[in-house]
Design a protein around this ligand. Structure first.
Ligand code: FAD
Ligand code: EPU
Length: 331
């Protein structure tokens, strides 16, 4: 146990915050005894989707490891990963074993254990498409429960663990169902363009992963260079009627039709139209190439980033009448 431990290196925003106690756990028994404390606790993975706005009493860092194929049939392999494993290492493991399904999700930072929290997604694929089950430790009863896909109430950047069961479970492992017979998803235009630039003749999961990695490196700021947590807001989903009205008033507005008849708006475009792209106040800013990403240029506080996000929400609401919701966990 350490007193007043700095968390600056444990969050990709590089916000200066501290905790009175910082402990790592790599086994359920260890987790169970650490949870005996009466102090409020926070579970931390890679810290790539949190904005620290206060200091903490107890931070428990998930270091549970393990990565292996546990079951196979003709079409699928089931890979079980400890919650503390790196997400991208899991993707590399699948690519090495020629198992398909996660290639579009290459290079998303963070841990395996946090991946179901917001049903991570990118380039036309979401975690729920490959998720089979997870094991989670109930903080109050100390029982381990098994959740299948249908139990997790996955939605766009949502799950039961972010809502109804918030702060009740620690996810300890996740099992994925991967394809031996590959089904390629190149519906996202940027992937096709990148594959053409790469001069890929024969499609493979490895080529798709490589294309995704190249796109991500060109589009998103590296948290090791400028502190950030990826998209700060979710892309808002609105009715087709409202989209048609907005389209008349703001030609050029970017929206993607969803299967349920709604339209998903590009929040980055809305924020850019409000003049925020490249804005900087002190060390808190809105990234100059990707307006959906808020950044810390050095010593911004969590409160400063939070207050910038409030101003952005208000101005988007005023100009477009559309509500933005934060994707990043404010803690
Ligand atoms: P943390 O930030 O440590 O935690 C996130 C939340 O989950 C916290 O509330 C924490 O308490 C809780 N939590 C963490 N682990 C556990 C556990 N084992 N049990 C219970 N609760 C837990 N996300 C996408 O979906 N798509 C993207 O394309 C994407 N791109 C990104 C790009 C960049 C540059 C960055 C910095 C982030 C990006 N993200 C993206 C967000 C982030 O990578 C994901 O949300 C990731 O899953 C967070 O993992 P983490 O381990 O860092 O979680
Ligand atoms: N755009 C602008 N201005 C900007 C930024 C974007 O006009 O400043 C436009 C782009 O030109 C494009 C559209 O908005 O037409 C969408 O942009 P992009 O393809 O970069 O994707 P995004 O909507 O910004 C989403 C996810 C990302 C994910 C990518 C790829 C959300 C909230 N974000 O970003 O996820 O990697 O698509 O699938 O859904 C994350 O969750 O942290 C994250 C990075």
């Amino acid at each position: 146990m350490q007193e007043y431990y700095s968390l600056k290196d444990y969050n990709s925003f590089h916000i200066e915050a501290s905790t009175r106690k910082f402990e790592r756990f790599s086994a359920i028994e260890q987790l169970s005894s650490l949870l005996e404390t009466k102090l409020p606790i926070m579970i931390l993975g890679g810290g790539t989707n949190v904005l620290f706005t206060k200091n903490f009493d107890v931070i428990l860092k998930n270091d549970m490891t393990g990565l292996r194929v546990i079951k196979e049939d003709e079409d699928h392999a089931y890979v079980k990963a400890g919650a503390g494993e790196s997400w991208h290492e899991l993707v590399l493991f699948c690519l090495q074993h020629n198992l398909g399904g996660v290639e579009n999700l290459a290079l998303i930072p963070g841990s395996v254990g946090a991946s179901p929290m917001q049903n991570i997604g990118a380039y036309g694929v979401e975690l729920k498409d490959v998720f089979y089950s997870l094991e989670a430790f109930h903080i109050k009863t100390k029982h381990v429960s098994n959740f299948l896909n249908s139990d997790c109430e996955f939605g766009y950047r949502e799950s039961v663990f972010k809502n109804r069961l918030k702060d009740q479970f620690v996810i300890t492992s996740v099992t994925f169902r991967l394809d031996k017979k590959h089904v390629y998803n190149t519906s996202y235009g940027a992937i096709q363009k990148e594959l053409a630039i790469m001069k890929v003749k024969e499609l493979s999961i490895q080529a798709i992963a490589e294309a995704v990695i190249r796109i991500r490196r060109s589009k998103l700021p590296d948290p090791n260079v400028i502190g950030n947590a990826g998209s700060f807001f979710k892309n808002p989903e609105i009715s087709q009627g409202l989209f048609d009205d907005l389209n008349k008033e703001f030609p050029g507005i970017i929206g993607y039709p969803l299967v349920d008849g709604k339209v998903k708006l590009a929040a980055g475009w809305l924020i850019e139209q409000c003049g925020w792209k490249g804005y900087r106040k002190g060390d808190a800013g809105c990234h100059a190439q990707q307006a959906l990403v808020l950044v810390n240029y050095g010593s911004a506080s969590g409160q400063e980033i939070l207050s910038l996000s409030k101003e952005i929400i208000d101005s988007v609401s005023k100009k477009f009448g559309v509500a933005l919701h934060r994707e990043v966990n404010i803690v």
